[in-house]
Design a protein around this ligand. Structure first.
Ligand code: ZN
Length: 338
């Protein structure tokens, strides 16, 4: 059912992890880069391997897509094509994210990278917002601070927020408190990847900094106090179940704590994370959860309404999204209005 919906939203979607094989070929041709002719071999390079052991190995799958996204023209085309693909899949709105500092291999500045992605987003058939990722790392503090400053400069011009992404188990969330202090000082809203490769203490550290949302957050469920705090503070989670299976947070979808999250009153939204690397999309994620946990129509509707509410869209767009969700999902249960 969810896969055929036309009122989908994705709030957690990495541009570099979502390059389709077709887009990879277009970008390679634009730049004279050689790719394997064999479709299966290219797919293997763009998808996480079945034997992927953890987030660190998963992150290695970004090498090829990143190498194709080192010019402004490539970034612009990738953003436009991704949003066009999403529109075809029934998405009404999406928030793309990328780390501008990861696109300087050929000398592109962070600001040029941001402008290129924003230009592609403006050419797309559906509305979208951009989230700029700072990266967990040991020697990129200056680059991260530049990302925060650019988020402030482009906020309201397509950029909605800052994020922190990368190897959570190696570089603990608390280490980045000064970066988020700068974001608060500059009035930049932020989201944080936490509770994915690291445990509930990472979610607690993220909550201490005042995020608008948490990326993943699923491992908060290992600690009832952190779970209760998430519920009390109403901080939405952008969960991505297939990605969690790929990075071995869980071995089976049945182990994904969706029911526990809903029972605890958490604000859950369902997202794809990396459409190519994880081989999924927002509709498929909702469908998998529906099949696995027997979600009722009203539960699917609530997950989508949570996404509309938790988005960085402006109020009039949020209202349009809510209306579209209610229209489509009320039709399935004619006795019930939204
Ligand atoms: Zn992510």
């Amino acid at each position: 059912m969810a896969q055929t919906l036309h009122c989908l939203i994705d709030l957690h979607l990495h541009l570099d992890g979502s390059l389709s094989a077709e887009t990879a070929r277009v970008l390679a041709a634009m730049q004279g880069i050689e790719l394997p002719r064999d479709a299966a071999e290219l797919d293997r390079m763009l998808h996480c391997p079945a034997g992927c052991r953890d987030l660190n190995e998963y992150l290695a799958c970004f090498t090829l897509p990143l190498s194709l996204l080192q010019t402004g023209d490539a970034l612009r085309e990738a953003a436009r094509r991704l949003l066009t693909e999403l529109a075809d899949k029934g998405l009404l709105y999406a928030e793309l994210r990328f780390a501008p500092q990861s696109h300087g291999q050929k000398g592109m500045s962070q600001e040029q990278a941001i402008q290129a992605v924003l230009a592609g987003m403006q050419e797309a058939p559906i509305p979208s917002r951009l989230i700029l990722c700072a990266m967990r790392g040991a020697d990129n503090e200056a680059a991260n601070r530049e990302t925060v400053q650019l988020a402030a400069r482009y906020r309201g011009r397509g950029v909605a927020a800052l994020d922190l992404a990368g190897a959570e188990a190696i570089f603990p969330t608390g280490q980045f408190a000064p970066l988020f202090a700068l974001a608060r000082e500059l009035g930049v809203p932020f989201v944080v990847h936490a509770g994915e490769a690291d445990g509930p203490e990472s979610v607690a550290a993220a909550l201490d900094m005042g995020p608008r949302r948490i990326g993943h957050g699923v491992r908060a469920l290992e600690d009832p106090a952190v779970t209760a705090r998430l519920a009390r503070e109403r901080v939405p989670l952008t969960v991505c179940p297939t990605s969690n299976l790929d990075t071995r947070v869980f071995d089976r979808l049945e182990d994904f704590p969706l029911r526990a999250m809903l029972d605890a009153g958490l604000v859950v939204t369902v997202n794809s994370d990396n459409m190519a690397v994880s081989g999924t999309d927002a509709g498929q994620e909702l469908q998998r959860l529906t099949d696995c946990f027997g979600l009722r129509t009203e539960e699917v509707r609530q997950l989508l309404l949570n996404a509309a509410d938790a988005s960085f869209a402006d109020e009039s767009l949020k209202q349009q999204l809510r209306a579209a969700i209610c229209r489509e999902l009320a039709q399935e249960r004619t006795e019930e209005s939204c």
